[in-house]
Design a protein around this ligand. Structure first.
Ligand code: C2E
Ligand code: MG
Ligand code: MG
Ligand code: MG
Length: 293
């Protein structure tokens, strides 16, 4: 009886596993040709200074429209790109494309903006990463200070000594470093202090219920004050409501990013968005009433 149940369960389970495996294989095969077929693009989401209301920069976010599979979200294809090693050429393309875009926007009259790119753990472990970053800056002409590299907290926890050395080498290139999705992973404060980083990006899971959840309020407040005492800036991700923005402002969080300010947009749309903002530099601090207006 137990044996039979076990077998039935297995039978129900197996087709799903096969489906998953087939989907993974299809994604990996299609991803192999995505670069040469020009199926990848970058969307850009602005980051706003909470004190001045000014737009300081944008985060580049990868988008893939596959000929065979349609739109595939990064959460689905990035892990497979990492497993297969494809993230290395793709990540290089992301950094180069983002850098080129910023130079083009400046040439078109926008003020200098920092562009943040997400870096995978696989890329972070490549010893020639600083050289690759240097080559991209040299080739595109982007000033190093306008490139920001986002590491995930887990990236930095892996092989601590190597990670510390890599953050130093990257900072020596002149680029800025931030720790993405901060708070989702346990990292020791003593270790965090040894990393050469500039910013902590507070994970959006702490922001969503910020208006009502006292635990989230306590956590975000603790992260902002921790960052302040370590000399780091804070970026809140996933800001969707004026109430969240107000709370973050009052805490002294430096930068906000989220749908309230803008969704990630394709380059031409983000260019228009940024241009329409450029003429209206806010003199007064941003408040809930003016946010997203
Ligand atoms: P992430 O780096 O933490 O990026 C922020 C994610 O939150 C993005 O999802 C963005 O669209 C979404 N988001 C922004 N504001 C809001 C908001 O107000 N509310 C909500 N609910 N979501 C918001 P996306 O674009 O789907 O990217 C997911 C993840 O995929 C990224 O998380 C990043 O870890 C990874 N990723 C994206 N592009 C790249 C890339 O070029 N390279 C690597 N290695 N990873 C990437
Ligand atoms: Mg990110
Ligand atoms: Mg994040
Ligand atoms: Mg992330």
């Amino acid at each position: 009886r137990a044996k039979q149940e076990g077998r039935n369960t297995f039978r129900l389970f197996e087709p799903k596993m096969q489906e998953r495996a087939a989907r993974h294989l299809a994604i990996e095969n299609a991803l192999r040709r995505a670069l040469e077929r020009n199926e990848l693009t970058l969307h850009y989401q602005p980051q706003q200074c909470l004190k001045s209301g000014r737009i300081l920069g944008v985060e580049a976010l990868l988008r893939w429209k596959s000929a065979e599979l349609g739109d595939v979200p990064p959460a689905e294809f990035i892990p497979l790109a990492e497993e297969s090693g494809l993230i290395v050429p793709i990540g290089e393309w992301v950094m180069r494309t983002a850098a080129r875009q910023m130079v083009a926007w400046m040439a078109a009259g926008l003020p200098p903006l920092v562009v943040a790119v997400n870096l995978s753990m696989v890329q972070f472990r490549q010893s020639n990463l600083p050289a690759r970053v240097g080559a991209i800056l040299a080739d595109t002409g982007l000033p190093a200070g306008l490139l920001e590299i986002e590491l995930t907290e887990s990236v930095s926890m892996n092989q601590p000594e190597a990670a510390i050395a890599m953050t130093r080498a990257l900072q020596a290139c002149g680029v800025m470093l931030s720790v993405d999705d901060f708070g989702t992973c346990y990292s020791s404060l003593a270790y965090l202090k040894r990393l050469s980083i500039d910013k902590l990006k507070i994970d959006r899971s702490f922001i969503g219920e910020l208006d009502t959840d006292h635990d989230d309020q306590a956590i975000v407040s603790a992260i902002v004050s921790l960052a302040g005492s370590l000399g780091l800036q804070t970026v809140a991700e996933g800001v969707e409501s004026p109430g969240q923005l107000d709370f973050l402002s009052r805490l002294g969080c430096d930068i906000a990013q989220g749908y309230l300010i803008s969704r990630p947009l394709a380059a031409p749309d983000m260019f228009r968005w940024l241009k329409s903002r450029a003429g209206s530099v806010r003199a007064a601090p941003l408040t809930a009433a003016t946010a997203g207006a």
